[in-house]
Design a protein. Structure first.
Length: 127
């Protein structure tokens, strides 16, 4: 059973927030003790954790946007699909699947299978 990537991101994000809140709450205890370096390291870890998560999310959304543009350039009738439908896909994998789809569509033996572009998209996600 496949999980929705958006739900997975939300769960990971909530875990990161809880870890960050815990570290932010604990850092003043170390800052006011004989070990202030541990408190500063906690703050640094929180900053790195949240910023790297944000950068990763932005990169994945940008990649999904590019994958959607590639898919829509070949199949404009599917313009209503959302970016979240492409979140696990890269533009190169979409391009490869489109080339395979066009080859199968032009092959008389495989034309009886009636593949749709949405089947192509679902197949790329399962890979």
């Amino acid at each position: 059973m496949r999980t929705n990537p958006l739900k997975k991101w939300l769960v990971i994000g909530m875990i990161e927030v809880f870890i960050s809140l815990f570290l932010i709450a604990m850092a003043p205890h170390f800052l006011n003790s004989n070990l202030p370096m541990i408190g500063f390291l906690m703050w640094l870890f929180v900053f790195i954790l949240l910023s790297s998560s944000g950068v990763y999310s932005l990169l994945k959304i940008g990649q999904a946007s590019q994958a959607k543009k590639v898919f829509i350039s070949y199949f404009p009738e599917y313009k209503k699909l959302k970016i979240w439908d492409f979140i696990e896909l890269s533009p190169t994998s979409i391009q490869e699947k489109i080339e395979i789809y066009q080859t199968l569509k032009n092959d008389p033996d495989c034309s009886q299978l009636n593949f749709s572009p949405l089947d192509l998209l679902q197949g790329a996600k399962k890979r």
